[in-house]
Design a binder for this molecule. Sequence first.
Ligand code: ADP
Length: 381
Amino acid sequence: MGVTDEETEGLIARDHSLEQALLGSILATVPDALIVIDMAGRIISFSAAAQRMFQYAESDVLGENISMLMPSPDRERHDGYIDHYVQTGEKRIIGVGRLTTARRRDGSTFPIELSVGEVRDERQRLFTGFIRDLTERQKTERRVADLQAELAHASRVTAMGTLASALAHELNQPLTAIANYLEAGRDLLDGEGPVDREMLREAMAESAAQALRAGEIIRSLREFIRRGETMRQPEPLRGLLAEGAALAFIGMDSRGIDMDISVDKDVDKVFVNRVQMQQVIINLTKNAVEAMDDSPVRILRLTAAPAADGRVEVVIADSGPGLEPNMSRTLFTPFTTSKASGMGVGLSISQTIVEGHGGRIWAMPSPWGGTAFHFTLDSAD
Ligand code: ADP
């Protein structure tokens, strides 16, 4: 028995209304907000969760520009973002997702995770945005991070204390020997009659040997620290950068920061110790954000691209005031800081970790007059 055209149409129509009802019920229940906009950025759909999250009724926002839900600088720039995508096809956010900030009706801002999709037919393109409110999650993460920071600080102090006493202990012996040999040499020179050149020579040769031994002790301790903690495996770089930056932002004033993470399509995994590498990304990102405290324009860019010899080069660049002139020489030396409450160990730890991974780290001016920290890693692809 065949199915008539009318019957088929009826089935399709029923299917269509079922789909609509299903979609409606999903949207009413998921905690994430869904907002649909057209190519001009005008809001054409605003889910119930979006209404709760942003404190606007759907009728208040329909037809309005989506930028009303963003704080500066995205608010002023969003039309440009859409134009850029429509003209170049370059996807900066579509299909990727991003941690950013949104603005409620009363002007207050809150952290969100935004995932953008695109729907098109031959007539038009629409963009769908799923938004998750991270306020609660950030509060919890901040508590965890505070505890972790305390713990990290405590263990760093302990580690430094242990290292310092180990060094003092190990170095005491060659230093005492050097002092003894040099004093013996001085006594030989001060003595009556001709100087016993052979004995003097021996005293000097011995003290030189002891000085070399002291250097060897320091070197092997450093090796030990490096080797002890390094367990490396392939890790996706984009995830590392996104997580590191998100962790760095916790507890910091990240308002008005124009942040972007862009990883070259040829870069995927890097061969690293995840925890250590996150430490590097957190240190560099925190420094960048702190440097931009008083900057009118706050741009933060984390980028990664292939470099020579199967390596990957990561750059963390800011639009702050740049390095203080007297800092650039001693940047990576422990305990050098230009901050009132700085400890001055972040960059030196980052250098130890990057070099422990066989890479290099250096600083250069950024395109916005700030600083760009570069470092290299081994690609795991
Ligand atoms: P701390 O942040 O505790 O001072 P660091 O070792 O991380 O220690 O940094 C050392 C110094 O390097 C900082 O005090 C600052 O002067 C300088 N510095 C680091 N990053 C930047 C940056 N992005 N822009 C300007 N100066 C920076």
